[in-house]
Design a protein around this ligand. Sequence first.
Ligand code: F6P
Length: 343
Amino acid sequence: MRIGALTGGGDCPGLNAVIRAVARRAFDRGDEIVGVLHGWRGLVEGQFRPLGPIDVTGILPRGGTILKTSRTNPYKVDGGVGRLLENLRRLDALVAIGGEDTLGVAARLHSEHDVHVVGVPKTIDNDLSGTDYTFGFDTAVAIATEAIDRLHSTAESHDRVMVCEVMGRHTGWIAVMAGMAGGADVILTPERPVTVERCCELIQQRHAKGKDFSIVVVSEGWELRTESGAATLVESGAADAFGHVRLGGVGEALAREIESRTRFETRVTTLGHIQRGGSPTAHDRVLATRYGLKAADMVYAGAWGQMASLRGDRIEAVPLSDAVAELKTVPDELYEQASAFFG
Ligand code: F6P
């Protein structure tokens, strides 16, 4: 059997651990594993790289993806799906490792063309329905938490407000988890319509209690809103092939508002791609490895159109369509718990 594997969308710590696990299962069965380079683009263009045991040795702790990645949508490439299907004839099965967009394409290829594909859910944003957690998220939270810890001492020394902008697209998972772990004084997420006025009020409350510094964690997808004005989603780039605009910059805009309204000196740190780079945490290495092993087992079981999913402590197979059914947002209860420490 010749099993292909591809990684699509933004890179994410743990991708190499998945590739290694799929490959190890295939080698144990005497089967071949072929890497498809640059996500769906590589399948359209026929960029294949056979992987041997040496290729996957030592990659478990490595960040990024040895297969490279892209945000190519084959449905938006002229003749893309036709060429992709032609190239797929060189494989018996495909493991697609990606987020909403990559898995959305996989689900569509399966339902429209009966493609022998299984999925593995990845994203630092943790916004995929159909699984409890995606790998990469724990690493992003750990990186953001460390940053918040470090911001505390400099904020305190200067009596400043520190705004820390984190990723997460249209959900606040990273903001809430890192904010809670780092003891943030205000957390602003896309799910909650908190106003600039309320944010400033919380900071003022802290000062009234004798706490002269504050840490504000803001999700890139939080809409900047004031009581009188409209809400603004701050964008930093054009839409990709899946229609997602690039987010980023809301931290700067928020800091200006805080400084002008409270008169407290305010600084901004935008964590950006640091949250996605480098080695995965132990938790993500284990989760990614378990996902990879399950995906290989699903290939051998012919569980096409399914995705490896974490349910409690178990890794199970669920329909790919579940993964892309809806955006998994931060539950109100979790946000309420984080907000117990605001102000
Ligand atoms: O989906 C993962 C993610 O890191 C988002 O949190 C972020 O908005 C986006 O990707 C950034 O994408 P790019 O790597 O294209 O700048």
